[in-house]
Design a protein around this ligand. Structure first.
Ligand SMILES: [Zn+2]
Length: 262
């Protein structure tokens, strides 16, 4: 039988170790990542891409432990693959849109998957997910999406931030800037517990001091003391935005932090 994880462009998923018991899984041709954390009893998959190929089969080539799928937020590029599993974990707000496919083609694909009506198990802010000898703290950081959840892995000292912090740009609406600032300050209070930050897009292994750049950037944009860059285009983002619509958003930058504000 043909491998469901190979298409005309080769392998859909690639993987590499980012910690003794952590794998980064990358989507073909895109700086887009999900993470597999393996404990003594269970594993945790942070996000699930769009649902291409058979992500579950791919994950099961890496671990035979039961897998908890936990989403950073409800956008479909993070939840589309959830339907390979019977149940997925996420914040209450993410349950509202996690099954909203990006267009008809992805909707059809989801309906053909094993569990399109998968159950949503709600995660609370501050909850600890115990994988057996490995504890993961859930930290609510909604701004880019109201239900965003960061995951803090105390064992391997890494933080997973979904779309709320990355090296390309964080997409935010202007009214969410104060929430984003508060969340960056909240993550800063855990600075003694992690050495690296793993986002969902645009590169992995960011250093914790990027939090300071985001804090400064959010403050300046809120205060109106910074000018936008000449172009909104940047890593993984263009003047055209999604769907070819003209992009009226503005890009701001301080140090290593970029935000695109609509
Ligand atoms: Zn998102």
């Amino acid at each position: 039988m043909a491998n469901p994880n190979v298409n005309e462009r080769g392998y859909i998923y690639g993987k590499w170790h980012t910690g003794p018991n952590t794998w980064t899984i990358m989507l073909q041709g895109s700086p887009h990542f999900v993470y597999l954390l393996i404990g003594e009893e269970k594993a945790m998959l942070i996000d699930s891409f769009y649902g291409q190929g058979d992500l579950r089969a791919f994950v099961e080539t890496i671990t035979d432990k039961p897998v908890i799928v936990a989403n950073t937020h409800g956008h479909f590029d993070h939840t589309g693959g959830n339907a390979f599993w019977e149940e997925c974990w996420m914040s209450e707000a993410s349950t509202k849109d996690c099954k909203n496919a990006f267009g008809e083609e992805m909707k059809k694909q989801m309906e053909s998957m094993p569990f399109p009506d998968y159950k949503c198990r709600v995660i609370q802010d501050g909850e600890i997910i115990d994988l057996g000898g490995r504890k993961i703290k859930c930290i609510a950081i909604g701004a880019h999406h109201p239900g965003s959840m960061a995951y803090l892995d105390y064992n391997e000292r890494q933080l997973f931030t979904g779309d709320e912090l990355d090296a390309g740009q964080v997409l935010l609406s202007r009214e969410k800037l104060p929430a984003h600032l508060a969340n960056m300050e909240k993550l800063k209070t855990y600075a003694a517990d992690f050495d690296i930050i793993n986002p969902a897009h645009n590169g992995t292994h960011l250093l914790p001091d990027i939090l300071d750049d985001f804090i400064e950037l959010d403050k300046r944009v809120i205060a109106g003391t910074i000018e936008p860059l000449e172009s909104v285009a940047g890593f993984g983002w263009s003047e055209r935005g999604f769907g070819g619509m003209p992009n009226k958003s503005k890009r701001y930058n301080v140090g290593a932090a970029h935000i695109v504000v609509s």
